[in-house]
Ligand binder design. Sequence first.
Ligand code: B12
Ligand code: SF4
Ligand code: SF4
Length: 311
Amino acid sequence: MTPRYRPMDENREILRLLKERGYQARFLSVSHLDQVREDVERWYREGLLDKYLYDNYLFRFRYQVPESFPEAKSIVVVAVPQPIWEVSFAWEGRDFRSIVPPTYANAVDIDQEIMGLLEEADGDGLHLMRAVLPHKTMAVRTGLAQYGRNNITYVPGYGSFHRLTSFFTNRELPDDWQEMRVMERCEGCEACLRACPTKAIAEDRFLLHAERCITYHNEMPADRPFPDYVSEGMHNAVVGCMICQKVCPVNVQVRDWMVHHTHFDEEETRFLMKGDFSGPQAKKLAARLEPLGLDLGAFPRNLRVLLNRGW
Ligand code: B12
Ligand code: SF4
Ligand code: SF4
């Protein structure tokens, strides 16, 4: 029987089922991993990346073929469209609505779905392994996405409303490696730069001042208080921040794409606000939060500021 996969799959047949789901993808050869490392690490060497950010997010990237997968030849980078998820909380007799931005939810399910679709489209013998690598850098380096001035990536049709993920494969696939590109629409725009309340997006450089981003602070464990320059009125999501994506004209078609996800009743909200997470109720709520990409670690701090400001 002729295998459905051909070496150097120029027709990108391997992506057939992903495309049918509206997912976009590109490839790079593992021979570029040193360059991917350099794209990120040079900023750290130059002292432009915060040490906490590096140690907690970037240090775990592995810019090499995994020891347990020596036959890896290429990486497939995938963009999966995602809406804003609406979450509501009953509190003092009223319902408060808030959001979880695109990309937090369903990470594990999405990876599993993609692996299943790639395997099904390829036929026998495809091996895949999740890549712990900087997905944005690889998405832009393959032309899958372009950077916005806000340092977030944009894909055709869905703007920045997508989750990125990548996988090592044992296939030799077309190499999409190219120069990094910023969207043409950013020229003369600056809407995100003006709107960013903490000046994480700044005039002095393209690279985000990540340690000033609201997301950096509200993703930290809840025992870390917010710094003074992150005031209560700036908070706009249970975790993360949507300000620079909401004002972006490229997102005009997706910015109102919101789907209701979960409601926490008065008793559950009270428990989340208490901050003492022991017993069976904690387990139950952790399970409710998990599909949203959240855990109890962000509570009660993040919810308290939202309820205080009346969202
Ligand atoms: C660390 C991290 C954070 C940190 C730091 C963010 C940052 N910009 O580095 C914090 C906690 C602040 C954060 C926040 C957010 N994050 Co985050 N985060 C990550 C993580 C783990 C790594 C990102 C990374 O590689 N940073 C290192 C820096 C150096 O890389 P970079 O940001 O791509 O910056 C490049 C450009 O600045 C470029 N550059 C610099 N100068 C110039 C000049 C020119 C001309 C050009 C072309 C390029 C260029 O060089 C850099 C390196 O390539 C990824 C997951 C992953 N495994 O990749 C998710 C990820 C990037 N995050 C994501 C999201 C959605 C967010 C938030 C939007 C969440 C939210 N709604 O609140 C915010 C956005 C903040 C922002 N404006 O960037 C998504 C992005 C999806 C998308 N559409 O882009 C990712 C990919 C998660 C995912 N699986 O989908 N995040
Ligand atoms: S708001 Fe303007 S400058 Fe910022 S990413 Fe969007 S188009 Fe680019
Ligand atoms: S996510 Fe919010 S704080 Fe972070 S860069 Fe965008 S607007 Fe600024």
